[in-house]
Design a protein around this ligand. Structure first.
Ligand code: PSU
Ligand code: MN
Length: 387
């Protein structure tokens, strides 16, 4: 009994230490992370929230289509009953939830002065009080700080063609490997090496779940890849998708989850034609020595030129659709969570803060002091207890 108590005391000390570490972390984040009143209120009331990235606004589309898309995407989320939280950096402050004026600032900003901001770039952009559009990796990271379980985008970054020479592998994939936020996307563009991208996600332990009729992995502008790449896991609707996300969170798996949703058929482009357009765009990038983070924005612009605006229209349509699906999943997730919390409060981890103190708190609860009053406390324990 004495031994057990000593272990328990050590455990309490460890919990205290973790507690103070977390508090410090949170207070640092509070200074630089600002939530809009909508998001703040939704968080307080446990309403479904969908995080949205902003590189698509700053570097993915030209003005004014970018602004139109950003506003439309938010409306789609609201219409489904969830709260949109577009994440972006303005004057070094990280905003979770942007108003229309702030969206406009990002949409109109010079894409050279505004930083395309992945995990790597956040600290510099914050310290130098710059503006930044957050990529999938940065959006996931920030969403996770606020315990937002899901985000939507157009397509994630991936392993670039020729990565065996250039080492160009998007940090989105690494983020998916260690940040527990689900990402709803239309797969990856075939400007990337799709097979290698899926291999990389497998190595990182990231579930890739196709939502739709077939098990073909979508290729952004096209409903399937040129090579008709397949995925292992499929679900047919948002409700089933939410079940997987819920299981992932209940198990405490610290990896992300990729939901792949094909572009709506009426906007889909022909995969053979796109393959050709992409090869031309890649040639053009090579001849202009475009590299690193500039590759994706350059190729997007080139493809828009080559396809006479068709690729941009497809891009806008698929993002709206992904946001809609993400909102449905978020709604289902909240429902499932409140149902299971009614059934068994201790089993529901989704509304609770996901940090070790809560687990510690739960353990404290399971010592059930109330019940212990019915048990005779041993002498050794009570002696030790007073020390
Ligand atoms: N795919 C698009 N448009 C985009 C992006 C991807 O169709 O704007 C952006 C996303 O924000 C993604 C980022 O996270 O590009 C990946 O960039 P990179 O490949 O440099 O990691
Ligand atoms: Mn890259």
């Amino acid at each position: 009994m004495k031994m057990q108590w000593m272990n328990f005391r050590r455990f309490l000390e460890a919990v205290k230490k973790i507690n103070s570490l977390n508090k410090r972390q949170v207070s640092i984040n509070c200074k630089t992370v600002v939530c809009s009143s909508d998001v703040e209120l939704a968080k307080k009331n446990g309403l479904p929230i969908v995080a949205l990235e902003s590189t698509i606004i700053t570097h993915g589309m030209p003005y004014p289509d970018n602004l139109k898309t950003a506003i439309q995407v938010e409306n789609v989320v609201r219409k489904k009953g969830a709260v949109p939280a577009t994440i972006g950096i303005l004057n070094g402050q990280i905003h979770v939830g942007l108003n229309n004026e702030q969206l406009q600032t990002l949409a109109k900003s010079d894409s050279i002065k505004t930083i395309k901001c992945s995990r790597r770039d956040i600290s510099t952009v914050v310290a130098q009080k710059l503006n930044g559009g957050t990529t999938v990796s940065a959006t996931m990271l920030i969403a996770n700080l606020l315990d937002l379980p899901i985000m939507a985008t157009g397509g994630i970054g991936g392993v670039h063609r020729g990565a065996e020479q250039t080492f160009d592998i998007s940090t989105d994939l690494v983020e998916l490997g260690h940040t527990p936020v689900a990402v709803v996307c239309s797969g990856v563009k075939s400007i990337l090496d799709i097979e290698k991208t899926l291999e990389y996600l497998e190595t990182q332990g990231v579930p890739v779940v196709k939502i739709g009729k077939t098990d073909y992995f979508p290729a952004f502008y096209c409903t399937e890849t040129f090579q008709r790449t397949k995925v292992l896991h499929t679900v047919s609707n948002s409700q089933e998708a939410a079940k997987i996300l819920k299981a992932q969170r209940e198990l405490g798996l610290q990896t992300g989850l990729l939901f792949a949703v094909p572009i709506p058929e009426e906007y889909a482009l022909d995969s053979k034609e796109m393959e050709l357009a992409i090869c031309n765009a890649l040639e053009s990038a090579k001849s202009k020595n475009i590299s690193g983070k500039n590759v994706t924005p350059f190729l997007l612009k080139e493809l828009n030129k080559i396809t006479h605006g068709q690729s941009l229209r497809a891009n806008m349509a698929l993002i709206e659709n992904n946001a809609s699906v993400a909102a449905e999943i978020a709604m289902n997730l909240t429902e499932k969570c409140s149902q299971s919390s009614l059934n068994n409060a201790s089993k529901c981890t989704l509304t609770a803060e996901r940090n070790p103190i809560v687990i510690g708190g739960a353990l404290m609860d399971t010592t059930l002091q109330v019940k212990e009053s019915e048990i005779k406390v041993s002498q050794i324990l009570s002696q030790d207890y007073t020390k």
